[in-house]
Design a protein around this ligand. Sequence first.
Ligand SMILES: [Fe+2]
Length: 250
Amino acid sequence: MNKDSRIDILHRTAKGKESPRQVEQACHKLQKMFEEAIQMITLMVEMRDCHTAGHQQRVAQLAGAMAEELHFSDDQVWRMRMAGLLHDIGKIVVPIEILGKPGRLNEIELAIVRTHPRVGYEMLKQIDFAAPIADAVLQHHERMDGSGYPSGLGGEDILLEARILGVADVVEAMCSHRPYRPALGVDKALMEITAHKGTLFDNSVVDACLSLFRQTGFSFQGQPTMTRPEPEGSRPVKPRCGPEACVAAG
Ligand SMILES: [Fe+2]
């Protein structure tokens, strides 16, 4: 290890040999390295599925902004962003043929897709500092009325972080193209979460999201991929199943 490496500085700090400023700088650099490692993992997942490339990055942007809107601490906002980056990591086990299927998924395919929150949880729970993030990832498809998965949790049994992820996931997904439908746009996404406020989605989380877009001027950084315009005269593609909110986030 390099004499000046950040980890080395932390080791020497533990022995009282470094100033608080050097420690703070070292911690900051380590956190940045950790974030970069997570970004790389996110890219690995998204490179398998070009249809959702950038999805996790933009969910992280929105989830972090919503956490700020809800007055989370800086550390909680950071964890929220990391949870956004990692929320679909479990899709690594879902065959690409299913992720990219343009039509309706059959029951078996849907069941396979629905394993991804638990797979992500099993991967992340191994990492001590990611434990709260793992739980949020596990619950990000749970819905307030108990209609979600994998456990059918409802109301405040769902972690607030997971409720935030759920809304951020749906809004971003509806703003982006999917193999089975064109991008629907921000207005439609906001109408969707408003229509299901209090039933599928948490009231305060929906309010925070609406406030971000309508009052704070939030917009996603980075273009959603695959936002190709539909050919003229093409028929709109029907959602795979059920209410849009249930399928938009995948
Ligand atoms: Fe998901």
